[in-house]
Ligand binder design. Structure first.
Ligand code: G6P
Length: 613
């Protein structure tokens, strides 16, 4: 959460930083701000609201300079207003800082500052840090500015990615990382530092990913990276980013979410590229090739994740247990990190994350590692923290996902989980023919997705007919129960309509009490071994006059008679149905949110990358 960016170079800093903020806005969008070194003094503008508000203010009073920092916020401490927005300045006005993370001991630090007659003006934890840097820098005539930053950071308990400037050093930008991501971009006589690579790629492809405990100092057109505590210089690999600008822009689409829903025509195929082995009915997963034997002999697998990725994990449990017969437990990372789970050398911990930066998932990984588990990752963002701290992993290759509600990353995660389960299953002895069957369905998925996207208007009509509903219920059985959860989450996230996902048969133990003629019930009803049971559940909803929206995989007269609306995905393997059916649920949520006039790409209170616990 929160996006930060810094620039030092020869060009106009304002336009580079503002464009960068727009790219980072998916990380938080309740307020933003910018500080620029202008004639050796720090000038700044901060505004509550989206980056658009900041841009309007800057039109009236533009800032000029070639060194600056900027921030787009997702509030933790202190409401989103102008004062609490970043950058924060110290009492002398000579130092400015942007921060992503949480300073847990900020109250203790505030007391130290108070004793020195330094009062913070904002309610944030972040301001404390800039005041502390200032106190150390101004009190000690022995410490350089860099070392004052180091000394202040040593006092911090919590997580941070920071960028700091000081008017005494008009060519210098300092950044440091502990828990919150930072990427240093190396341009021609210019440098960029940002929470991710998206604001950097139009300027340079050469980047260095900072690791926890590292500080990057750019000064006089040179940079060095060192350990925050020991000051030891660290030699880092320069990576080249393989991302195109088109991938991070909306193009012809009105919303990123819509673009990403349509991207699924090719993104699922991108996930599978070079990984399907038709001849042997298995898959090839290069990233974990050396770990397959350890996974096979594991006593248990924990899948850990948050949000949508957790739903993918639930589907993964069904698949891995079905094909490979290894016990799988799926845990919210925020719970797993604090509970006394049984983890030993025979445990595999599989972390799933689109961003690869989710704080709770990272903490769960650390726990697994400390207790001796083999830790694997399924990540979308190449070079992300999770992809770097896991022992091995599989990239989803879905391309950048910018809409806050996850769509193509989810279908890519499920695709990877199918491939993983199949790989393990074939190693454990399931028949080649069984493997070939699911591969055949995966192989035609682009066509299936195209078919679903062609039926967009039918799905939109269902949204129009149900847009007045205040509650929705989503039902599924077996592998489709997590799809119901995901459908309900999509709707909640972007339309603010209350929705619940339930295992269809559990409905009678509670949610059935809610059903009346105003309640749309979305039911996943593929023709698999649960079909007859689902029909009975549909009957139960019908008897209570619920509005029945059925998603199935071929026309069926009984379904048609019972349902108010039937939406059909092409016939596919029972384990591929969660992918295709979830695309219908994405479109339904998107259209309902539009009808309600919601900001689909930036839903209130949410952020794409949750880097605080
Ligand atoms: C946030 C996002 C969700 C996402 C979740 C986990 O809540 O809004 O879309 O599913 O974080 O994120 P991750 O990047 O770890 O998959």
């Amino acid at each position: 959460m929160c996006g930060i960016i810094g620039y030092v170079g020869k060009r106009d800093g304002l336009s580079i930083l503002l464009k960068g903020l727009e790219r980072l806005e998916y990380r938080g969008y309740d307020s933003s701000g910018i500080a620029i070194l202008q004639n050796k003094t720090i000038k700044y503008v901060k505004k509550a609201g989206k980056v658009e508000e900041l841009k309007s203010s800057l039109k009236q009073s533009p800032l000029m300079g070639k060194v600056g920092i900027a921030h787009t916020r997702w509030a933790t401490h202190g409401e989103p207003n102008d004062i609490n927005s970043h950058p924060h300045l110290d009492i002398t006005g000579k130092i400015a800082l942007v921060h992503n993370g949480i300073i847990e001991n900020y109250q203790d630090l505030k007391k130290i500052l108070y004793e020195e007659n330094i009062n913070c003006v904002s309610d944030t934890d972040s301001e404390v840090l800039v005041q502390l840097i200032s106190l150390i820098y101004n009190k000690s005539n022995k410490l350089s500015f860099q070392d004052s930053v180091r000394a202040a950071l040593k006092e911090v308990v919590g997580a941070y990615g920071i960028v700091v400037i000081c008017s005494d050093f008009p060519e210098m930008v300092i950044s440091a990382r502990m828990g919150s991501p930072l990427v240093l971009g190396l341009g021609d006589d210019e440098y960029f530092i940002a929470s991710d690579a998206s604001p950097i790629i139009e300027h340079t492809r050469d980047v260095i990913y900072l690791d926890d405990g590292e500080m990057a100092v750019v000064n006089d057109n040179k940079y060095y990276i060192s350990n925050i505590n020991s000051k030891k210089i660290i030699s880092k690999v320069v990576d080249s980013i393989d991302l195109s600008i088109q991938e991070i822009e909306k193009g012809e689409f009105s919303h990123f979410m819509l673009k990403e829903i349509f991207d699924q025509k090719h993104s699922i195929t991108d996930t599978m590229r070079g990984r399907l082995n038709f001849k042997d009915g298995t898959t090839f997963l290069g990233g974990i090739i050396d770990q397959i034997e350890s996974i096979k002999s594991a006593s248990r697998i924990y899948i850990t994740a948050c949000g949508t990725s957790w739903h993918a994990g639930l589907i993964g449990k069904h698949l891995i247990e079905y094909y490979a017969r290894i016990p799988v437990h799926v845990e919210y990372a925020s719970e797993f990190r604090y509970r006394n789970a049984i983890i030993d050398n025979d445990t595999v911990l599989l972390a799933i994350s689109q961003s690869g930066e989710t704080a709770d998932t990272l903490a769960a990984i650390k726990k697994g590692k400390n207790k001796g588990a083999l830790v694997l990752g399924i990540c979308n963002v190449v070079g992300s923290s999770i992809s770097r701290v896991t022992d091995a992993g599989i990239y989803t290759h879905a391309g950048p996902e910018i809409g806050v509600a996850s769509t193509k990353a989810f279908t890519a995660q499920v695709t990877v989980l199918i491939m993983l389960a199949l790989k393990l299953g074939r190693k454990m002895g399931i028949a080649k023919t069984k493997g070939k069957k699911i591969i055949q369905s995966l192989n035609k998925i682009s066509k299936d997705v195209a078919y679903i996207l062609n039926s967009y208007e039918d799905i939109k009509k269902v949204a129009e007919k149900t847009s007045k509903a205040e509650n929705f219920l989503y039902l599924g059985r077996g592998i489709n129960f997590p799809v119901a959860l995901e459908g309900a989450l999509k709707l909640k996230e972007i339309s603010y309509i209350h929705a619940e996902g339930y295992p269809a048969a559990e409905m009678k133990h509670g949610p059935i009490a809610l059903i009346d003629e105003k309640m749309p019930v979305v039911i996943l009803a593929p023709h698999d071994n649960t079909f007859l049971k689902i029909l009975s559940n549909i009957q139960e909803v019908k008897s209570r006059k619920g509005i029945i929206i059925t998603i199935t995989d071929r026309p069926n007269s009984e379904l048609t008679n019972l349902s108010d609306y039937v939406l059909i995905v092409p016939k596919t393997h029972q384990h591929v149905f969660p992918i295709t059916s979830s695309i219908i649920l994405q479109i339904l949520a998107f259209e309902l949110a539009l009808l309600k006039g919601c900001n689909v790409d930036k839903p209130r209170n949410l952020a794409k990358s949750v880097t605080v616990e």
